[in-house]
Design a protein around this ligand. Structure first.
Ligand code: ZN
Length: 530
C-alpha cells in the first residue's frame, strides 16, 4: 500500500508521515554464545531440499559451522556422532522440532503515525512470527529514522529484524522530481545517504528511465508499485527493461498484457482518489488482460524471467476484497490489534485502504475471479524459473504485522506452490532479491544464524506458523493449539517467540485500558454510540 500521494504537474510525490516511536533498547533474547548447538532438529533448509534430520547445527560467531546428521528418524540418536560442546557454549534441545531459515518480508512498512503503531509493536509482531529480515518499501518514517533503526538492529541493540531501506522516490524534495536530471541527482543522493534501494510509485517515462538506469549503475536495487495514474504509459515491462529489480503487488502487469485495449476499462465516473472506485475497478482488471497461456501472456512472462525480475505479489493485502468479513474478524484482532490501528482500518474516506463505502457480493465475486487469473500467472512464473517472493504490506486493510505472513504463505500455496516452494520464496528467494544470499536465506555452512524453530511441521499445515497456532484435536478429544513459532534466532541470539507475542498482547491490553477503546465491528451498535 502506499501512503499519502499527491500529484504535482508531472510527478507522483511521496510525503513522509509523522514519525512513530523508535524501538527501546533490547531487553529480550539470549546470546550470542561462542558456540551454539541446536540439537536433534528436522531441517527445512530453504533451498528446496526436502526435510532431513535429526541434525545438530553448530553456530560459531554467528556463522553456521556444521550441519551434522546424527541419526535416522525413529531411532535413538547416536551420541558418538554428535558435535561436542565447547566451554562457554550453549545447547538448545530441539528434538522433534523443525528448523527453517529466518523469514524475509519483502514488503514491511514499519508502521506510521496514522496507524499509531510504534516500532516496538511492529518489530515484536514480526520477530514473533520468525521474520528476521524486512525490506521497508518507502522508508515511510523518513530515511534517517529508518537508517537509525537499521543500524541498531544490525548491532542487535534493539529487538528487530534486519532492515533494508528502500526510500520512496522523491522523498525529501518539496516539489517532487520533474526532470531526468533531477531524478539522477536524487538517486545519487539517496545512495550517498546509505539507502539500500528505491521504492517507486510510477513517474513519467523519461524520469523512470533515468532514475532506474542510474540506480542500477550504482548497484542499488529497486521496487515499484505501478500506480494506476502512470500505467497507461509505463508498465511493468518498461520498468523491468530499464533496470527495476522487483515489482510490488500486481498493478502494471495486466496492463503489459492488454491486447484489445491500451487503457483499463474505467467507467466514466471513475476517480482514482476515490478508493472505492480504485479498488472495485481493480477487481475487474485481470480479465481485461491476455488470457493465460496465450502468446502475449507467455511473451511478457518469459521476458520478465529473462530479465531476472522478481515478483512480490503481496496477495494477502487484497484478501479483504474477496472476503471482507474474514479479514476484519480474524481471531487475532481482539488481542493483538492496537486500538489506533483498528480505527485506521475502519471504513473511511480519509485513511488509505479503508474503502468500504459499499462493498459486498458483487465486488467480492469479481475479486475472486481476479485472484484466480493473478494466481495462475504467479504460479506459472515460478514454474518457469521466475523468482516470486513473500511480502505482506501489513498495517493496512485489516492485515496485521506478523500474522499476515503465514497468510501470504497460505495464499502462495493456494496459487499452486508446493509447501517447499512456498518456504523457498519466503527465505532463499527473498535473500536473493535483496542481494543478500551470501549471508541469508538458507541454512548452509558459512551463512548467518537466522532461524525459525517450531514445534510442529509447517509443511503439513502452514497455519502452524500463526502466532495463535492452528486448532488441533488431541487424543483426549480436546481442541488445543498447535504451533506458533517457538524460537526466532537472529544473529545467533535466541528469542522466545511466544514471549515476544505476549509483550505485544500486553501493549495492546494497556492501550485499551488507557483509551477505553473496545474492538467492535464497523457499524455495530457499540460503535455507533461512540
Ligand atoms: Zn506498501
Amino acid at each position: 500500500m502506499k501512503h499519502t500521494l499527491f500529484i504535482t504537474l508531472c510527478v507522483l510525490q511521496f510525503v513522509a508521515g509523522a514519525q512513530i516511536k523508535k524501538a527501546p533498547d533490547r531487553a529480550e533474547g539470549e546470546g550470542p554464545w561462542p558456540q551454539l548447538i541446536i540439537r536433534g532438529v528436522t531441517l527445512v533448509d530453504g533451498t528446496g531440499a526436502p526435510p532431513f534430520g535429526p541434525v545438530d547445527i553448530v553456530v560459531e560467531k554467528n556463522r553456521i559451522q556444521q550441519i551434522a546428521i546424527v541419526g535416522s528418524p525413529g531411532n535413538q540418536i547416536d551420541e558418538a556422532t554428535r558435535p561436542k560442546l565447547v566451554q562457554g557454549g550453549k545447547e538448545l534441545n530441539c528434538e522433534g522440532m523443525f528448523l527453517l531459515p529466518g523469514f524475509v518480508d519483502m514488503h514491511g512498512h514499519i508502521g506510521g503515525s496514522e496507524q499509531g503503531t510504534d516500532a516496538e509493536y511492529v518489530f515484536k509482531l514480526w520477530m514473533a512470527h520468525g521474520i528476521t529480515t524486512i525490506r521497508d518499501p518507502s522508508a515511510g518514517n523518513g530515511l534517517d529514522w529508518v537508517l537509525d533503526q537499521k543500524k541498531k538492529s544490525t548491532e542487535n541493540k534493539i529487538t528487530a529484524p534486519r532492515i533494508y531501506a528502500y526510500t520512496a522516490f522523491g522523498q525529501g524534495t518539496n516539489k517532487g522530481i520533474s526532470t531526468p536530471e533531477e531524478a539522477v541527482a536524487w538517486v545519487r543522493d539517496n545512495a550517498k545517504k546509505g539507502a539500500d534501494g528505491i521504492k517507486f510509485f510510477g513517474a513519467p517515462p523519461q524520469i523512470m528511465q533515468a532514475a532506474l538506469e542510474e540506480n542500477k549503475k550504482l548497484g542499488l536495487r529497486s521496487a515499484c508499485h505501478h500506480a494506476q495514474l502512470g500505467v497507461a504509459r509505463w508498465n511493468v515491462l518498461n520498468s523491468a527493461k530499464a533496470g527495476l529489480t522487483s515489482m510490488e503487488h500486481w498493478y502494471g502487469l495486466p496492463e503489459a498484457m492488454f491486447e484489445d485495449k491500451t487503457i483499463q476499462d474505467y467507467p466514466a465516473n471513475y476517480n482514482y482518489t476515490n478508493e472505492q472506485h480504485r479498488f472495485e475497478q481493480a477487481g475487474k482488471l485481470w480479465k481485461q488482460a491476455a488470457e493465460p497461456y496465450s502468446d502475449r501472456w507467455n511473451k511478457v512472462m518469459d521476458e520478465l524471467i529473462a530479465l531476472d525480475f522478481t515478483l512480490d505479489p503481496t496477495f494477502n493485502i487484497y484478501e479483504a476484497n474477496r472476503d471482507l468479513m474474514r479479514a476484519r474478524t480474524a481471531e487475532w484482532h481482539q488481542e493483538y490489534t492496537i486500538p489506533s490501528l483498528w480505527k485506521f482500518y475502519a471504513p473511511s474516506r480519509v485513511s488509505h485502504g479503508s474503502y468500504w463505502h459499499n462493498w459486498g457480493t458483487e465486488q467480492e465475486v469479481a475479486w475472486r475471479e481476479n485472484y484466480a487469473l493473478w494466481m495462475t500467472f504467479i504460479n506459472e512464473y515460478k514454474n518457469r524459473g521466475g523468482r516470486v517472493t513473500v511480502g505482506t504490506d501489513a498495517g493496512f486493510i485489516y492485515q496485521l504485522y506478523g500474522f499476515s505472513y503465514p497468510r501470504e504463505l497460505e495464499l502462495l500455496r493456494e496459487a499452486g506452490f508446493h509447501p517447499l516452494e512456498v518456504i523457498r520464496s519466503a527465505t532463499l528467494y527473498g535473500a536473493q532479491a535483496l542481494g543478500a544470499e551470501k549471508d541469508l536465506g538458507s541454512v548452509e555452512i558459512g551463512k548467518l544464524a537466522d532461524f525459525v524453530i517450531i514445534d510442529a511441521n509447517p509443511l503439513e499445515n502452514l497455519q502452524y506458523l500463526y502466532g495463535t497456532g492452528a486448532i488441533f484435536l488431541n487424543e483426549k478429544n480436546e481442541a488445543v493449539r498447535k504451533g506458533g513459532v517457538k524460537f526466532t534466532i537472529k544473529d545467533g541470539i535466541v528469542y522466545d517467540a511466544k514471549k515476544l507475542l505476549e509483550d505485544v498482547r500486553k501493549i495492546v491490553a494497556e492501550e485499551k485500558i488507557k483509551t477505553g477503546f473496545k474492538i467492535t465491528q464497523p457499524g455495530a451498535k457499540d460503535n455507533l454510540r461512540k
